[in-house]
Every structure is written in structure tokens, then in C-alpha cells.
Design a protein around this ligand. Structure first.
Ligand code: ATP
Ligand code: MG
Length: 376
């Protein structure tokens, strides 16, 4: 590249745009050594002629569950034939026919010739026996199988494959991002007698970890010097506030596209501000959708007060909202805590005068997203 500050229209800042796609599988998985070790440990017996163990993998969205499993499975495929790893996306495949079709396809490399479940199972078993291989199946987003009514039958059919077909007992990695759901407890007794999963947890990333992951993506996907350290820091802060690494990856991509469109070689602070609005609004909307009517009315009033630069100490806000929201102090505090729990405001302890109410979002954005409260 030349060093002119302006970008020619045929030049790009992206060394590899794929790096910012959601389907991109990073070579390096950061901050997940413990989880990788636990999962690899479960697979080890299968490499020595035994069976793979099972796991329940839990963690909030964007904590690297899918990526980690993909990485491990890719390495297994590269290094051994003794273990056949199969990845099933349960958002797409929920019936026994679809899931065993997936298993068949990944074991053979082509789609099953018949749509007959028993025939497909027999084919899979024959393949495993011929190769003297063990099977491990990852049911990603397995929570989707519960409303579909196929969770228990599928687990049962996979885990008990060995009884009828004389193969080694398969391992199952069941993945869920819904922390309120216990995939082991959802299994019924007949399944639990053969399903003894190890729990592997994926905690949310800290801001420093998000920064590290983003820095790595930037190194791989962009030419040097496009995103400064301080802007990376700001992007990591926004993604950490949203508790979503995907927001960070998307922000990097969008800010670079903006710079490129403007013919600049470097991302500017204004690019981050503009791109942040585009990615944050959907998140804000989702959070507001979960509020009660009272919480939403209070949020609207708080946004109005912040626009005019009013005193945002909790007590003062309480006085201010009285005209619009005639609620008692207890209800007011409940609503306020509701907003804090939803991740829309921060309640910052102040010196003596009570907590300061600080919006995490631009007040104008909040007003646009909240409907005006009815003024009783
Ligand atoms: N440790 C990591 N190192 C590098 N990239 C990561 C890491 N963790 C997550 N990512 C990236 O963040 C994005 C989200 O990760 P992933 O899809 O694995 O999350 P998940 O836990 O499966 O989320 P969900 O529950 O929503 O399916 C992906 O683009 C992935 O490449
Ligand atoms: Mg996932």
C-alpha cells in the first residue's frame, strides 16, 4: 500500500474480510484453555479404543461455546480416524431424521441415500464398526429441542446406539446458552441412566478479554494502523457494556467500512460513535421490550431529564418524576433497580447524596425506542 493519507477507490483496509464474519473459525481460541482441556479430556478414551465422555456446556451468548467445539472437532478430524466428531445445529435440525442425517453425512462425507431412520442408523453403525471408530455428537443450542419435543428421544437414540448396533457408546456434548435451563435435569430417567455429563461452564468475558480477542482479529483481518489502541479500547468498552463480543466484532467491521467509504486509512472516533448507534439500538430495543410498563415510563422520564442536563441523583430524580409517575418511593426504587438489572442504567454510588442514575445509552436513542408513557 502507498502511504498517502487517502485511500484509492481500488484499495481496501481489510487484509481479510472473512475474519469479521460470524462463521469465521479463529485459529487461536483465547481464554478458554480450561474448557478446551476438559473437553479434550472427555474425548481421550475414544482415541485409545474406548468411548467418548459426555458434557453439558453452559454459558451466556457469545462466550465461545460453538467456536471452542468447532476448534476441537477440527483438530480431531485432522489428527485421527479413531473418533468421528459430528456437529449438529439444533436451530436447524430438530427431528431424529434430520439429526441422524447430519451424523450420517459427517461420518460418510455425503448425504444419506435413504430417508429411512433405521437404515440411516444402520449405515452409521456399520461405518463406525468398519473403521473401529467412536462417535461424539455435539448438539449445539440443544435447548431448541425441548419445545420441539425431541430432546429426550434424540439423546436416548444417540446414547443407546451401541446397544442395538454393537458400536462403542457415543459421547454427547449438549450446549445451551440459557442459564436458567439445566440440560441434565431436562433429561428423563431412561436417558439419565446412560447420560453422565461433565458440566463445562463458559463465563462471560471481561473487558480485557474482549479487548484481547478483538486485537487478535484486527491483527489478522486489517492492515496495520487502521484501528488505534485507544479506539480499540473504546470498542471493547462498548462490547463489554453489552456483554457481547459479537457487538465488538461487528463494530470493528462497521467502523472500518465507514473509514473506507470516506477514503481514509484510519478509523476516526466519529466512526465509532456512529457505528455504535447502529449496533446498540437493536440491543437497547430488546432490553426495553422486557421492561414492565412502570419501568418503561420511568426510563422515558429519566431520558428526558438527561437530555436537559438535570440533576441525576436518585432523590432528585424521584422528585422530578412525581408529576408524571405518581408512585411511592418503594415502587420507584423497584423500577429503578429493574432498569439497572436490565442493563439500561447504572446506579453509581455518590458522596452522601445517594446514587447517581446514569444511562448506558444515548438519551435521544432511549426516547426513540421507548413509547411515551401515558400521562395519568
Ligand atoms: N475465545 C475466543 N477467541 C476468539 N474468538 C472468539 C472467542 N470467543 C468467541 N469468539 C468469537 O465470538 C463470536 C461468538 O462466539 P461463539 O459463536 O462461539 O459463541 P457462543 O457461546 O456459541 O454463543 P451463542 O450461545 O449465542 O451460540 C464468534 O465470532 C467467535 O469467533
Ligand atoms: Mg453458539
Amino acid at each position: 500500500m502507498t502511504h498517502s493519507p487517502l485511500l484509492r477507490s481500488d484499495e481496501t483496509l481489510f487484509r481479510d474480510p472473512e475474519v469479521f464474519e460470524f462463521t469465521f473459525l479463529p485459529e487461536q481460541i483465547h481464554y478458554r484453555d480450561a474448557q478446551v482441556r476438559e473437553l479434550a479430556f472427555l474425548l481421550q478414551p475414544a482415541l485409545r479404543g474406548g468411548s467418548a465422555g459426555s458434557a453439558v456446556i453452559r454459558g451466556p451468548p457469545g462466550t465461545g461455546k460453538t467456536t471452542t467445539v468447532h476448534r476441537i472437532f477440527a483438530e480431531v478430524t485432522e489428527t485421527t480416524k479413531k473418533l468421528v466428531p459430528v456437529y449438529v445445529n439444533c436451530r436447524h435440525d430438530r427431528t431424529a431424521l434430520a439429526v441422524f442425517g447430519c451424523i450420517f453425512e459427517q461420518a460418510f462425507g455425503y448425504a444419506p441415500p435413504s430417508r429411512h431412520l433405521d437404515g440411516i442408523k444402520r449405515g452409521i453403525a456399520a461405518r463406525l464398526r468398519d473403521e473401529d471408530a467412536a462417535l461424539v455428537v455435539c448438539l449445539d443450542d440443544a435447548n431448541e429441542l425441548i419445545p420441539a419435543g425431541t430432546y429426550n428421544t434424540l439423546l436416548y437414540q444417540i446414547l443407546r446406539l451401541y446397544e442395538r448396533w454393537d458400536v462403542r457408546k457415543p459421547g454427547v456434548f449438549a450446549v445451551a446458552s440459557d442459564l436458567g435451563l439445566n440440560l441434565y435435569a431436562e433429561a428423563d430417567e431412561s436417558v439419565r441412566s446412560v447420560f453422565h455429563p461433565t458440566e463445562v461452564n463458559f463465563p462471560p468475558y471481561t473487558k480485557a478479554e474482549i479487548r484481547g480477542i478483538l486485537a487478535d482479529r484486527i491483527r489478522q483481518g486489517l492492515y496495520p494502523g487502521v484501528v488505534s489502541k485507544s479506539l480499540l479500547d473504546r470498542i471493547a468498552g462498548i462490547a463489554a457494556g453489552e456483554q457481547d463480543i459479537r457487538v465488538g466484532i461487528d463494530l470493528v467491521r462497521l467502523t472500518v467500512l465507514r473509514a473506507e467509504k470516506d477514503g481514509r486509512r484510519r478509523v476516526a472516533p466519529a466512526d465509532v460513535t456512529a457505528a455504535a448507534q447502529a449496533v446498540r439500538s437493536p440491543a437497547l430495543r430488546a432490553r426495553v421490550a422486557g421492561l414492565s410498563e412502570g419501568e418503561r415510563a420511568l426510563l422515558y422520564r429519566i431520558a428526558e431529564l438527561s437530555v436537559v442536563g438535570a440533576d441525576m441523583i436518585g432523590g432528585a430524580v424521584f422528585e422530578e418524576v412525581q408529576d408524571y409517575l405518581p408512585v411511592g418511593r418503594t415502587t420507584y426504587h423497584e423500577h429503578l433497580n429493574g432498569l439497572a438489572n436490565a442493563g439500561i442504567v447504572d446506579l453509581v454510588p455518590g458522596a452522601g447524596r445517594g446514587r447517581e442514575v446514569r444511562l448506558r445509552y444515548d438519551p435521544g436513542e432511549v426516547l426513540a425506542v421507548c413509547k411515551p408513557p401515558d400521562r395519568r
